[in-house]
Structures are given as structure tokens and as C-alpha cells.
Design a protein around this ligand. Structure first.
Ligand code: NAD
Length: 551
């Protein structure tokens, strides 16, 4: 019987599959479950609460086996983490097509999902967990860095020096917050109920120190703030208890956000419950746990609103905590905005989003060479250069070495083609897997997050991610995924992903050029359609065809 065991992607140039496209899918699936990468690899959980890479160990074994024998004109179909078929297709078709966690509208809630999951019929794929392009906390680091940079630009004169940010959640994604704040020269207090989450972030150098108590955390924070010295402080405790206490005591907080796993009420620890009892309680009484978690989230959000009323910059960081607090009856839950309308949408209008790549060789030197290529390709982009330099110095690789940076329409294809040339010339030791988060400009419908407060009110229109997936299939991506419920939970999002493999062949070069043009192109057309003038200008300048603008 197959069961939990350590998984690690092979390195080097020896293939265990019939070609690099299949080998890439195989290595990236395995990489998602590498103990250095995944939060709970024994449970196949990669990140984001219960976001999984495979439904169960038998399905994982079957996918590995199938990928090893999959031909260049075949496609493996994956239904919520289980391989369900192999079809003959053609060389331009994706080698893997993935659909995760999708439910019909009226059934799209956690209760029904969990019923089906318990029957072994589905799994939660989050965004990059079930689509095999999670690269550890770095993946979110740059987006988080950009968000805090935007906060600094909006309210604090372009730097977070001299400010204190308060947040909670130091998990797979939330763990990027302390480093993103210190990269912007600020001070961060980061609360988590799990001591291992705090230790892990310190070990990976994302978090500087752990405080012994709330008083200690505040003392350290104020000293660092007054010296305008960047510092991140981990604080053990429940955010639903600590935030109201800090508000009542008048803690000098400038910025408040949150990245606990609020999107899944069974992954948010209710106040009054011991962390060690959490899993057993959630399993025994999910309905009772959910009610208590939502009540605690209402208390947590009420304190966030209190900080906002006291003058702090407060935003929801895409975990649906406002929605959950509202379900518990807190009326002002939506008093503060989500981070996308507040800071990120202008980037989406340019087709910008979290472009990433992983070195299948396993060699850090391959990534360092691609870093140089990016600097060389976009010399005029100062913030990109600052990011690439800082990432090179401060980012600890988890699993296969990888890099992320936000690139837009007309940029991603140039980077992809350059990478493919570098593989072809032998400059890189092996091919690269080039993908992105589902949190991107034209690949997601998520009214509490990426599509919150769209200009034309089209927040819940989910045709866009479906078109995005189809465009990527038609353009030659190596694997394409279509998920439901990532980021913000069941019933609240539909999103698509793609990964393309630059293996140095002419065919890969052609595919990469099309995919990396059309995929961000979806972001431009989506925002043109919604009436954003800046997207319209980008379309006009860079030649993105939008029929309703022609004639
Ligand atoms: P995770 O499950 O790996 O980590 C969540 C952390 O929250 C855990 O360490 C847990 O111990 C802690 N936690 C739970 N209840 C708590 C409480 N009451 N008080 C303090 N800590 C508590 O999840 P993750 O991958 O870090 O993602 C966190 C959330 O942020 C998810 O909802 C995810 O969807 C969302 N997210 C949003 C974005 C975005 O929009 N940019 C990006 C990444 C993640």
C-alpha cells in the first residue's frame, strides 16, 4: 500500500520520462511535495490551509507512473488530484490538463465539498498546489513586497521606515509578510498560534526575532521604529485575542492586515481553543468549530476596523476574513478594502502579474544566470532591478531553485524566449518550467479579491478564467489547470493556471512566445472590457486586438 514518504524531485539532465515536457510536470509535482517546499507533505498539503498536490498517495503514485510513460502526443487528465485518463492529442497540446475542486454553483460550498472529499471524490487544489507550480514562500514574497511598497507610496512617502505593521498568519504565504515589510524598511509584528510556523520563518530568514510576550513585541517594535531600523517580530498567540487587546491598549500601529487561513473556517483557530486541540476539534465537530471560528474572525475584523478608525491603513489580504466576519453578523466587516482594488489593479491593467520559473536542473547557478538575463532585458525598470538584486541576496531557495518577478504584457514573452535560447545554447544546465500564480491579471474571477470592485461591476463574471484556460491550451502551454475556491474558499473564486516548459527546442520557443503573449493578454482585454482607461492605453500602444475597440 502506498502511503506518506519523503518526496523530492530528481535533479540533473537524466530523464525518467519520455521528454522534457513530461519530465517537467513530474518534477514540479514532486517538488510541490518536497518537505522543504510543502507545509504538510505527509498529508499531500502544499500550502494555503489544505491546498493539495494530489488527492491521495495512490493517485500520486499513478500520476508519477503515468507521467514517466506519457508520449509526446498524449495528454493526462487529472480530476481533483487523481489521474482519470490518457488521451491521444498532438505535440502542441498540453501534456497534462487539470481540473480541481470544481462544483456546480448551487453546490459550491464547504459543507458539500467536505462531504464529497470524505467520499474520496475531490480535493482542494488551492491555486498553485494542485497545479504544480508552487515555489515556496518566495512565490508570494514579491507580490507582498509590491503591495507593501504600494502602501508606502500611498501613505508614507515611499518607505515604511518609521512605521509598524501588524499582521497575523506566518504560514506558507503569510510567512512572506515579515520579509516584505523589512525589505520596505518597516517594522512588523506578526502573530501566529503555531510556534512551528514562527520557528520555520526564522530558520528561513523571513522573520528576524521571536518576542516572549506582547509587551516585549511592542517594546522591540517601538525601539526599531524610532531608530528607523527594519525589524520583524514573531508573536505567539491568537489574533482574535491579541488584536482587540492591542487596540484597547492604544498600541501605535500604522498598518494592519491579515493572512491567517480565514478562507477555510476549519483552519482558523477560534479564541479559547488550544492550538494542540485544533485538529481533533475540527474533525470531531466541524459545524461547531466553524461557528466559533467565524465569531472569532468577527472579533478580529472588528479590531481591524477599530485600528482603521484610529487612523491606520487597513486592508484585507485576500483571505476572505471580511466575508467570514460578515457571516458571523459583524456589520462593518467590509469597512476596509481588499488589497487588489487598493493597490494592485493598475498593474493588472498592464497585464502585470506574478511570473515565475524553476530550474529543473536543481542548480542555483541556472537561476542566477536568468536573474542576469532579466536585468539585461529590462534595464529601464528600476523596481524590478531592486527586487532581483534583493531576491538574489536574501531569498532562501526551497526545493528546486526558482525565481519570481512581476512582468507585464510584452515582457513575459521576451523573458520566456530568452530563457529558451539560454537552454538551447547550453548556458543553462537544463530546461526551465515557466508558470505563474492563478492570482494574475486575466485568470481569475474572485469578487472578494482579484475582481473586487471592478469598474463595470463584473466582479463575479467567471467567463474570463475559463477563456484564459482555453487560450493557454490553444497556445501550447505544457499544462493547464482550472480550479474553484482557491485563495478565498468554496463558492468565491474560479481561476486558471498554466505552465510552459522552455526545453530549448524550436517548438518550445514557438509555444512559449504564444502562451506568454496571450496569457497576460487576457489581463489586458479583461480590463479593457471592464472600462479601465489604462488598460485601453496599453492595448493601443502594444497592439492587443480588442474587437469592440475596432471599427
Ligand atoms: P497557511 O495555512 O499555510 O497558514 C495560515 C497560518 O495562520 C498558520 O500558520 C496558522 O497557525 C495561523 N493561524 C490560524 N488561525 C490563527 C489565529 N486565530 N491567530 C493567529 N494565527 C492563526 O496559509 P497561507 O498559505 O499562509 O495562506 C494564508 C491565507 O492568506 C489564505 O487564506 C490564503 O488564501 C491567503 N492568501 C492570500 C494571498 C493574496 O491574496 N495575496 C496570497 C497568499 C495567501
Amino acid at each position: 500500500m502506498s502511503g506518506p514518504r519523503p518526496v523530492r524531485a530528481p535533479r540533473g539532465t537524466e530523464l525518467s520520462a519520455l521528454g522534457w515536457q513530461q519530465e517537467a510536470a513530474l518534477r514540479m509535482l514532486q517538488n510541490n511535495l518536497d518537505p522543504e517546499v510543502a507545509e504538510h507533505p505527509d498529508k499531500l498539503v502544499v500550502y494555503g490551509g489544505t491546498g493539495k498536490a494530489a488527492r491521495d498517495w495512490r493517485s500520486f503514485d499513478a500520476m508519477v507512473r503515468t507521467l514517466r510513460t506519457l508520449k509526446q502526443d498524449e495528454t493526462m487528465l487529472v480530476q481533483s488530484g487523481r489521474p482519470v485518463g490518457v488521451m491521444q492529442t498532438h505535440e502542441w497540446a498540453p501534456r497534462v490538463l487539470i481540473a480541481n475542486s470544481n462544483l456546480v454553483g448551487d453546490w459550491a460550498n464547504w459543507e458539500e465539498f467536505r462531504r464529497l472529499e470524505a467520499l474520496g471524490l475531490t480535493m482542494y487544489g488551492q491555486m498553485t498546489a494542485g497545479s504544480w507550480i508552487y515555489i515556496g514562500t518566495q512565490g508570494i514574497l514579491q507580490g507582498t513586497y509590491e503591495t507593501f511598497a504600494a502602501v508606502a507610496a500611498k501613505k508614507f512617502g515611499g518607505t515604511l521606515a518609521g512605521t509598524i505593521t501588524l499582521t497575523a498568519g506566518l504560514g506558507g504565504m503569510g510567512g512572506a509578510q515579515p520579509l516584505a515589510v523589512t525589505m520596505n524598511d518597516g517594522v512588523a509584528i506578526c502573530i501566529d498560534v503555531d510556534p512551528r510556523a514562527i520557528e520555520r520563518r526564522i530558520e528561513h530568514k523571513y522573520l528576524d526575532v521571536r518576542a516572549d510576550s506582547l509587551e516585549h513585541a511592542l517594546r522591540l517594535a517601538v525601539e526599531a521604529r524610532d531608530a528607523r531600523r527594519p525589524l520583524s517580530i514573531g508573536l505567539l498567540g491568537n489574533a482574535a485575542d491579541l488584536l482587540p487587546r492591542m487596540l484597547a491598549e492604544g498600541a501605535p500601529i500604522d498598518i494592519v492586515t491579515d493572512q491567517t487561513s480565514a478562507h477555510d473556517p476549519l483552519a482558523y483557530l477560534p479564541s479559547g481553543v488550544d492550538f494542540d486541540d485544533m485538529a481533533a476539534y475540527a474533525a470531531k465537530d466541524p459545524a461547531g468549530f466553524t461557528t466559533r471560528a467565524r465569531e472569532s474572525m468577527a472579533t478580529h475584523v472588528e479590531a481591524m476596523v477599530g485600528f482603521m478608525d484610529a487612523g491606520a491603513e487597513v486592508f484585507d489580504y485576500g483571505n476572505s476574513i471580511r466575508g467570514e466576519a460578515q457571516l458571523a453578523g459583524y456589520e462593518r466587516a467590509f469597512a476596509f478594502p481588499g488589497f487588489v482594488p487598493a493597490y494592485i489593479r493598475p498593474l493588472f491593467c498592464e497585464g502585470k502579474g506574478p511570473f515565475r520559473w524553476a530550474a529543473l536542473s536543481g542548480e542555483a547557478s541556472d537561476i542566477h544566470k536568468t536573474d542576469k538575463a532579466i536585468l539585461d532585458l529590462f534595464p529601464e525598470n528600476e523596481s524590478l532591478a531592486r527586487w532581483i538584486k534583493m531576491a538574489g541576496e536574501r531569498v532562501h531557495f526551497q526545493g528546486l531553485p526558482a525565481r519570481i518577478c512581476w512582468l507585464g504584457y510584452g515582457e513575459r514573452d521576451r523573458a520566456g524566449e530568452r530563457f529558451n535560447d539560454m537552454v538551447a545554447s547550453g548556458e543553462l544546465q537544463a530546461p526551465l518550467a515557466i508558470g505563474r500564480d492563478h492570482l494574475d491579471c486575466g485568470s481569475v474571477a474572485s469578487p472578494y479579491r482579484e475582481t473586487e470592485a471592478m469598474l463595470d461591476g463584473s466582479d463575479a463574471i467567471a467567463d474570463w478564467p475559463l477563456l484564459n484556460a482555453m487560450v493557454n491550451v490553444a497556445s501550447g502551454a505544457s499544462w493547464v489547470s482550472l480550479h474553484h475556491g482557491g485563495g478565498v474558499g468554496m463558492g468565491r473564486s474560479i481561476h486558471a493556471g498554466q505552465v510552459s516548459v522552455a526545453d530549448g527546442t524550436k517548438l518550445a520557443g514557438e509555444k512559449v512566445r504564444r502562451v506568454l503573449t496571450n496569457d497576460p493578454g487576457m489581463g489586458v482585454v479583461r480590463h479593457v472590457d471592464a472600462g479601465y482607461e489604462s488598460a485601453d492605453a496599453v492595448a493601443a500602444e502594444r497592439g492587443v486586438r480588442v474587437p469592440m475597440r475596432e471599427g
